[in-house]
Design a protein. Structure first.
Length: 251
């Protein structure tokens, strides 16, 4: 399947820096890039992305993504953004359940599942993040943790589970420079694929991305694994040469 390389800018960017970054991406993305490309950028800049995408033919093939979405449809939820608002701005993807949201904003498995449901109801593909902490890995709980996290999403969204994207992001590898080895990542991805197969006849087409310190040097090895269908890229997505190199390593 076509691999997906999604940048997660997190809380970074300015109007000027974004213009330079997106301009460099537009210039560097060849029309023959086989991979699908997305950038999940802070909401205040969605309009800027749309304006730049209308100017630069090189950005036509780059999809816009959000970094979060509300678990509610609309109403008195100060500071939240609904899936309908994401849709209004042309977001194709929404990251849900990133470990930073789980850790700093107390998002539970049930909340993450509800966010995925809102996205799906509005035709937005949720990129559902899962992953164990270092403590959990060392305690031998990796498979149990990711299974539980994915099970909550399957439970609420079973009928359209083949529409999601999964991102396995070991918490100990995020922003730390420590990447899971290709074998470690593949092992977890294969387990997640089995779980998805048990829930859906179309599990083969569900993309399972790897995230956590993926960079220009290690991307090719990770992306060559049979059950790794792309990457969710944090730090390296802010550096155009690195992000382009990762995209170039994808099939
Ligand atoms: P990183 O972040 O590539 O900077 O480790 C990945 C992520 O958090 O999505």
């Amino acid at each position: 399947m076509t691999q997906l390389i999604a940048g997660n800018w997190k809380m970074n960017g300015t109007l000027g820096a974004n213009e330079a970054l997106l301009g460099a991406l537009a210039a560097g993305l060849g029309p023959l890039t086989p991979a699908q490309v997305a950038v999940c950028i802070p909401a205040p800049y969605w309009a800027q992305f749309r304006a730049l995408a209308a100017q630069h033919p090189g950005l036509k093939a780059v999809a816009l993504g959000a970094q979060d979405v509300s678990a509610h449809a609309s109403g008195a939820y100060t500071g939240e953004m609904s899936a309908a608002m994401l849709k209004d701005f042309g977001c194709r993807y929404a990251i849900v359940g990133h470990s930073e949201r789980r850790q700093y904003h107390g998002e539970t498995d049930a909340v993450v599942a509800a966010k995925a449901q809102q996205a799906l109801a509005h035709g937005i593909t949720p990129i559902v993040c899962l992953g164990e902490t270092l403590e959990q890995r060392e305690a031998g709980q990796t498979f149990e943790v990711v299974k539980r996290q994915l099970a909550a999403v399957i439970h609420l969204n079973g009928h359209c589970i083949s529409e999601i994207v999964v991102a396995y992001e070991p918490v100990w590898a995020i922003g730390t420079g420590k990447t899971a080895s290709s074998e470690q990542a593949q092992e977890v991805h294969a387990r997640l694929r089995e779980q998805l197969k048990a829930a859906s006849a179309h599990a083969e087409r569900i993309k399972i991305l790897y995230g956590g310190s993926m960079n220009a040097g290690n991307a090719a090895g990770l992306l060559a694994q049979p059950d790794i269908d792309g990457g969710l890229i944090g730090g390296a997505s802010l550096k155009p040469a690195d992000f382009l190199a990762i995209i170039g390593a994808a099939r």
